[in-house]
Design a protein around this ligand. Structure first.
Ligand SMILES: [Zn+2]
Length: 384
């Protein structure tokens, strides 16, 4: 359990440059038990007050779940990072605030702080969302895989997890991507580890230069921030791709094998977990050499672990090339694949016919999974 922290206001700090330029919005601690995000923002803002730097555009740093932070809890009524689906945000905007629960109020305030920052913007806008994890291990980056977001994320010398964000619904960064911002989220390390604050502060210093608010030559924190994150990455590859999730159903018994870090290499056949569902006990083994990500060791949750593999530089370049050439049109010619009638950017995949194209094929072409409707998989082309 994380201790409650003192926090004066949602806005932790704001630096508006005299020169026009991009807007960088940093959100810390959308989860109230992850104080590291707010602490990192306070540290960066303190340093900028002590030694002002020639920032162009505007840096705005916001606390996520203020009420839950004060209580040292992840949230009070509901998870503030699962409420950002388009229809959820539209419903919140349309609803009478008198009916708000604790997280509705947080979301409403946060949304208006972000809206105001965007209304003041004098250039492109970026959003960085700072988190920490319950498991020990390496810090890493998550983002929706569009080319601009990939280019932004790759400036952080941390492992990048592609495809994880589409396994969960309604996260803030995805909502802001839909609104045209370049976004990423960072898991900085374990909740109460002081090093997590160092990692998250380093992310903000690097983001200031990657988003072009601060020239690299004017950023005295850049070198040490890059070195710190590079050290924290250790031997983990730069890019990992999530291909599946071990779903724990209600009433299942699930026990992860001990000893996996939050990103852990495993060999084919290695025992990962024991999973009992419907009275049948399965020993879960690695289907091939790969990576276990975010194993579940404590607390509740429906994600046993995520499974994936390292992505080579060559494959990353190939995917960029495929998208530049718009070869995704070819996907529609595959058996079992058709364009959604309601939405030009969506494809419907009949998994009975198209069972041999794994989700990775669609990832490679810049699509993400939206949902499964029976045997139909719906994927959507990422915009921007
Ligand atoms: Zn979090």
């Amino acid at each position: 359990m994380t201790a409650a922290i003192e926090i004066a206001a949602r806005e932790i700090g704001r630096v508006r440059g005299e020169r026009a330029g991009p807007t960088l919005i940093v959100v810390g601690s959308l989860h109230g038990n992850e104080a590291g995000g707010v602490r990192a923002c306070e540290r960066v803002f303190g340093a900028l007050r002590e030694r002002p730097l020639p920032i162009a555009g505007e840096l705005v740093m916001l606390a996520g779940n203020v009420g839950a932070l004060r209580e040292g809890r992840r949230y009070r009524v509901k998870d503030l990072n699962r409420v950002w689906r388009e229809e959820q945000v539209a419903a919140l905007r349309a609803r009478d605030p008198a009916h708000d629960d604790a997280e509705d109020r947080e979301q409403r305030e946060l949304l208006s702080a972000i809206d105001e920052a965007l209304a003041r913007a004098r250039g492109p806008a970026f959003l960085v969302d700072l988190h920490t994890t319950s498991a020990a291990g390496h810090p890493f980056v998550l983002f929706g895989d569009t080319i601009p977001q990939r280019e932004f994320a790759i400036t952080l010398p941390l492992p990048i997890l592609l495809g994880l964000e589409e396994q969960v619904d309604g996260v803030l960064s995805e909502h802001m991507t839909r609104r045209g911002l370049v976004t990423l989220a960072v898991e900085g390390g374990q909740h109460d580890d002081p090093a997590s604050i160092d990692h998250l502060a380093a992310v903000v210093w690097i983001a200031l230069s990657s988003a072009s608010l601060l020239a690299r030559s004017d950023n005295p924190h850049l070198e040490s921030a890059l070195a710190r994150l590079d050290r924290a990455r250790g031997a983990v590859p730069r890019v990992l791709e999530v291909s599946s999730r071990r779903v724990i159903g209600e009433g299942d018994a699930f026990r992860m094998e001990p000893g996996f870090a939050n990103l852990a290499p495993v060999s084919k056949g290695q025992t990962l977990a024991t999973h009992t569902r419907g009275g049948v006990t399965e020993t879960v083994r690695a289907p091939h050499d790969g990576w276990v990500m975010l194993p579940l060791y404590q607390g509740q949750g429906s994600d046993g672990f995520f499974w994936g593999r390292a992505v080579s530089e060559r494959r990353l370049r190939a995917s960029r090339l495929l998208r530049d050439l718009r070869l995704d049109r070819l996907l529609r010619a595959l058996p079992g694949v058709s364009r959604d009638r309601g939405d030009r950017d969506r494809l419907r995949v009949d998994t009975r016919v198209a069972r041999f194209y794994p989700l990775e094929v669609f990832h490679l072409f810049g699509f993400r999974k939206i949902r499964e409707e029976g045997a139909t998989l719906v994927v959507e082309r990422r915009k921007h």
